[in-house]
Write a protein that binds this ligand. Structure first.
Ligand SMILES: *[C@@H]1O[C@H](CO)[C@@H](O)[C@H](O)[C@H]1NC(C)=O
Ligand SMILES: *[C@@H]1O[C@H](CO)[C@@H](O)[C@H](O)[C@H]1NC(C)=O
Ligand SMILES: *[C@@H]1O[C@H](CO)[C@@H](O)[C@H](O)[C@H]1NC(C)=O
Length: 393
């Protein structure tokens, strides 16, 4: 009697131990980081450098404007080096440098400053043949590159891909003075009223569904599913998942009618922190992320062109700009030599990170079903990528 009860008990114990083991193993399998042997050769593929198009736009430099729309409360000092570099660059090539704020343009009906500035840009665009909208923390590192090289007679408006996620950046676009560009920019500003009551990511979040609706009006079902994801978004992870959903619709092209989206590593701008501030005169042009309060001392020792915290940046210049000395043809600037790297080294760092981000995108897409279905927040928090992993390696 005793021994048989004990036998059953032992049997039960084995079963529950097995269940526990399978459960633990499943969780471990699910959460453990995959170790994939990525091919080193993929990190050595150079990024194409945009050169003058076979379909150039005939525009004289004084009809090209570099435009900054500051919002109330922040002044030039907050972006000093960025704005000085762009002003000096504009003088070097004879472009117009336009620094304005978002009041007195008839755009006050828009509540969100991030939408309001596009309304302002739509008012400025007809004064020039080409405008380059720039976030105020974007500066020029390499004045030898030219805006004209990016222009193409077949294309009206040019965006660029962010490197660290699936986003089309809204911090800058190059627009020609055409009715198509004007429509895109105006309609986008008015898209403010379509923001859902969710973690929507403001204008940069909205840009994706806005463009997808414009470009793929026949994909009503896919659009609706991505829109659901946007409406259910509660965190930045959710927002990134929604973005990945939309980018799936775009496929591998760069050109969509008269709109172009420059692929990662080929745009006129990239973030400074992607390579710890190291840049290459052969490839780089403008750099994003130069806010005065976050400027840090260049550290001792060698600096490798790999990702660093995006909460600080190093100045690539030695000293400040003397705007008096900036003038037509002067593209000889003073640099901190330590931050100048070779094209190979810089692009190796960018490619390797791009691979890591491609996997992150796939990991985010794994959560898309849960987001569309609006599964319990705790479940999503547990299984979906954590916020910290969305930026750094
Ligand atoms: C470019 O425009 C200028 C001024 O409008 C004109 O004189 C010139 O012939 C044009 N060049 C070409 C190649 O079309
Ligand atoms: C911009 O386009 C509008 C409409 O076509 C035109 O009236 C205006 O003259 C253009 N501006 C410039 C500077 O070419
Ligand atoms: C060109 O501009 C830079 C940046 O302001 C300045 O340091 C340099 O002295 C200028 N060169 C000439 C020849 O004026």
């Amino acid at each position: 009697m005793m021994s048989s009860t004990y036998g059953i008990y032992r049997h039960k114990k084995t079963i529950s131990f097995l269940t526990l083991f399978i459960f633990a193993f499943t969780i471990f399998e699910y959460l453990s980081k995959p170790v994939i042997d990525y091919s080193e050769n993929l990190y050595h593929i150079p990024y194409p450098i945009i050169k003058r198009s076979e379909y150039p736009v005939n525009v004289s430099s004084e009809n090209i404007a570099l435009v900054f729309v500051l919002s109330e409360g922040l002044n030039r000092d907050y972006y000093k080096l960025a704005l000085d570099s762009v002003e000096c660059y504009a003088k070097a090539h004879g472009y117009q440098f336009v620094l304005t704020d978002d009041s007195n343009w008839g755009c006050d009906y828009l509540k969100d400053k991030f939408f309001r500035r596009h309304c302002v840009i739509a008012k400025i665009l007809p004064k020039y043949e080409v405008i380059v909208h720039l976030d105020s923390d974007i500066g020029v590192v390499n004045p030898k590159r030219r805006i004209e090289d990016y222009l193409d007679e077949r294309i009206d408006i040019i965006f660029y891909d962010r490197h660290f996620n699936s986003e089309i950046a809204i911090g800058s676009y190059i627009a020609r003075n055409t009715s198509y560009s004007l429509e895109i920019i105006k309609d986008f500003a008015d898209y403010e009223k379509q923001l859902p009551d969710s973690y929507h990511g403001s204008e940069n979040g909205a840009l994706h569904i806005f463009l997808a609706e414009k470009l793929f009006p026949n994909n009503a079902i896919e659009l609706e599913l991505c829109r659901k994801a946007w409406r259910n978004s509660k965190t930045i992870t959710d927002q990134f998942i929604y973005t990945a959903c939309i980018r799936d619709l775009f496929g591998g092209s760069t050109d969509f009618g008269r709109l172009r989206i420059l692929r990662k590593g080929t745009g006129h701008i990239r973030d400074t922190w992607l390579t710890s501030g190291v840049w290459s005169p052969e490839r780089d042009f403008m750099i994003h992320g130069w806010k005065t309060p976050k400027l840090a001392e260049v550290p001792e020792g060698r600096i490798f062109p790999i990702q660093m915290s995006n909460t600080k940046w190093y100045s690539p210049f030695s000293g400040d700009f003397d705007l008096e000395k900036c003038g037509l043809g002067n593209t000889t600037w003073n640099y901190n030599e330590k931050l100048i790297g070779s094209r190979e080294d810089v692009e190796y760092g960018l490619r390797k990170y791009e691979m890591n981000r491609a996997m992150k995108k796939i990991e985010l897409l794994r959560g898309l079903y849960d987001l569309i279905e609006n599964r319990a927040y705790f479940f999503r928090w547990f299984f979906h990528p954590k916020k910290s992993s969305l930026f750094l390696w």
